[in-house]
Design a protein around this ligand. Structure first.
Ligand code: ZN
Length: 79
């Protein structure tokens, strides 16, 4: 059996706690990134009228509900 001082025990506890927090943060960021990518994929902005609409389908050409023009699904730019 090896001896562990109180200082080492506290350091081990803090290291394990920090590892758990880092792991939870990485998992949370991955989930947020996937949700954001899905949201960007389903949002379409019309090239003519600028109307933004949601379409969860996988079709590449979508009809704008405002002006009726066909729009190609693409990435939505952030401002
Ligand atoms: Zn439109």
């Amino acid at each position: 059996m090896f001896r562990v001082t109180l200082t080492h025990l506290i350091l081990i506890y803090m290291a394990v706690l920090l590892g758990i927090l880092c792991f939870a943060w990485v998992i949370g960021e991955l989930i947020r990134f996937r949700q954001d990518r899905h949201q960007r994929r389903s949002t379409v902005v019309c090239d003519i009228c600028g109307h933004s609409f949601e379409d969860p389908s996988e079709a590449e050409l979508l009809t704008c509900p405002s002006c009726g023009r066909l729009n190609e699904r693409g990435s939505v730019r952030e401002i």
